[in-house]
Design a protein around this ligand. Structure first.
Ligand code: FAD
Length: 346
C-alpha cells in the first residue's frame, strides 16, 4: 500500500492540471491513469479529426497552447500531454485502472486489482470517454447493418456507398455529417430540433452555458453537456455537406428494424449503418462505494468538492468538461485539497 496526501485518478487535461497545481503546492500525490500512453481521451479520437477541426484545446497551466493546423488531434494532443508530463515531472503511473475507491476511516483507498493507494483526499478526473452512451430503441438488437458510436467512428472512407444514419444533436454529429455527406448518402435524426448559432459565439454565451450546467450540478442533477447548451455552428469544412442537404434533420424514429428505421407515422428508411453520436456519461462507477450520487441522479458539487464527501474533488465533470474548464477545475481542486490538508493538520 502507498500513502499520499492526494490521489488523482485520470491524466487527461483535468488530471494534469490538478497534478500541476498540487505539485506547485508541494502536495505529495500520485496520478493513476488507465491509458497505456499519455494523451487522455484525445489519443482515441478518430483519425480524421485534425487540430483545425477541434473547437480549441486550451493550453495546460504554465504552457504554450498545442499546435493548430492539419495534424491529427489524436497525435498532436497526445504528444503535447506527454511533453507536459515530462517537462513538469508529474508523477503519473500507467496503465492503472482504478476499479474501486472506498473509505477506510479518515482515509480513502483507491484500488486497482490487488494494488492500493491511500490518501485523505482524491481528485477524480476520469472524463467521459470510457462511458459512451447509446439510447435504447425497440428493435435495436434486430438491426442487421453496422452500428458504431463516436468512440469507434472509423472515418468517412469506411462508409462509402452505404446509407448512414447519424443519430444525435451535438457537435460530433455535425462533424460526422460534414465529412460523410460528400462521400455517401446520409440521414440525420435528433431528439430535439438543433439550435444553430448564427452569430459568432461570444464569451458571454459561453459563460451562460457553463453557468447553466454549474447550476444543475450544484443541485445534484446529472450534468448536461456544455456543448448541448451552447448551440451548434457550421464551419467552412461543413459547407459542402450543408449544400447537399445533410443538415435537414428528421425527428427520432420510433423503432429499429433489421434493415432500417421506422417513424411513428409508419414511414421507413433503409439504412446500412447507424452512427450513434449520442454522447457520453461521466465515468465514475469506481466511486460507487462512496455513495456520492444524489436522489436527483447526479453528484452534487460545491465548486469541485463533492457535497456528500468533501474529501473527494471532481474535475472535468459537468461544467468543467471542456479543456478550459478542466484547467480551472484542476486549480480549484488543488486549492480545496490544500485547505483540507491544512485544516486536518491544525
Ligand atoms: P479525459 O481526457 O477523458 O481523461 C480522462 C483520463 O482518465 C483518461 O486518460 C482515462 O484513461 C482515465 N481514466 C478513466 N477512468 C479511469 C479509472 N477508473 N482509473 C484510472 N484512469 C481512468 N473540449 C474542448 O475544449 N475543445 C474541443 O475541441 C473538444 N472536443 C471534444 C470532442 C469530443 C468528441 C469529446 C467527447 C469531447 C471534446 N471536448 C472538447 C471535451 C474535452 O475533451 C474534455 O472535456 C477535456 O479534455 C477534459 O478531459 P478530462 O481530463 O476530463 O478527460
Amino acid at each position: 500500500m502507498s500513502e499520499y496526501e492526494s490521489v488523482v485518478i485520470g491524466a487527461g487535461q483535468a488530471g494534469l492540471s490538478a497534478s500541476y497545481h498540487l505539485q506547485r503546492r508541494q502536495i505529495d500525490h500520485v496520478v493513476l491513469d488507465s491509458n497505456q500512453y499519455p494523451g487522455g481521451a484525445w489519443q482515441h479520437r478518430w483519425n480524421s479529426l485534425t487540430m483545425t477541426d477541434v473547437h480549441g484545446v486550451a493550453a495546460l497551466p504554465d504552457s504554450d497552447a498545442p499546435p493548430t493546423g492539419a495534424e491529427r488531434a489524436n497525435l498532436a494532443v497526445a504528444r503535447y500531454f506527454a511533453d507536459y508530463e515530462r517537462q513538469h515531472d508529474l508523477p503519473v503511473r500507467r496503465p492503472v485502472r482504478v476499479d474501486r475507491v472506498s473509505s477506510d476511516g479518515d482515509l480513502l483507498v483507491a484500488r486497482a486489482g490487488d494494488r492500493t493507494w491511500t490518501a485523505p483526499t482524491i481528485i477524480n478526473a476520469t472524463g467521459t470517454w470510457d462511458r459512451p452512451f447509446v439510447p435504447h430503441y425497440p428493435g435495436i438488437e434486430s438491426f442487421t447493418g453496422e452500428q458504431a458510436h463516436t468512440v469507434d467512428y472509423p472515418g468517412p472512407e469506411h462508409f462509402v456507398d452505404k446509407r448512414v444514419l447519424v443519430v444525435g444533436g451535438g457537435a460530433s454529429a455535425v462533424q460526422f455529417l460534414g465529412e460523410l455527406a460528400p462521400r455517401t448518402h446520409t440521414l440525420w435524426v435528433t431528439r430535439r430540433p438543433p439550435v444553430w448559432r448564427t452569430d459568432e459565439f461570444d464569451r458571454q454565451a459561453g459563460h451562460q452555458a457553463v453557468a447553466l450546467v454549474e447550476e444543475r450540478v450544484r443541485r445534484g442533477l446529472p450534468p448536461a453537456s456544455v456543448v448541448s447548451v451552447t448551440g451548434l455552428a457550421l464551419r467552412d469544412q461543413e459547407r459542402l455537406a450543408e449544400s447537399l442537404g445533410a443538415y435537414r434533420r428528421r425527428p427520432m424514429f420510433a423503432r429499429i428494424e433489421p434493415h432500417g428505421v421506422r417513424w411513428p407515422d409508419g414511414s421507413f428508411e433503409h439504412v446500412d449503418a447507424i452512427l450513434w453520436a449520442t454522447g457520453f456519461r461521466p465515468a465514475v462507477s469506481h466511486l460507487a462505494p462512496l455513495h456520492l450520487r444524489s436522489a436527483h441522479g447526479g453528484i452534487q458539487l460545491d465548486g469541485t468538492t463533492a457535497v456528500v464527501d468533501p474529501r473527494v474533488q471532481l474535475v472535468g465533470y459537468g461544467p468543467s468538461a471542456s479543456t478550459i474548464g478542466a484547467n480551472r477545475a484542476g486549480r480549484a481542486a488543488a486549492v480545496a485539497v490544500a485547505r483540507r490538508l491544512t485544516a486536518a493538520a491544525a
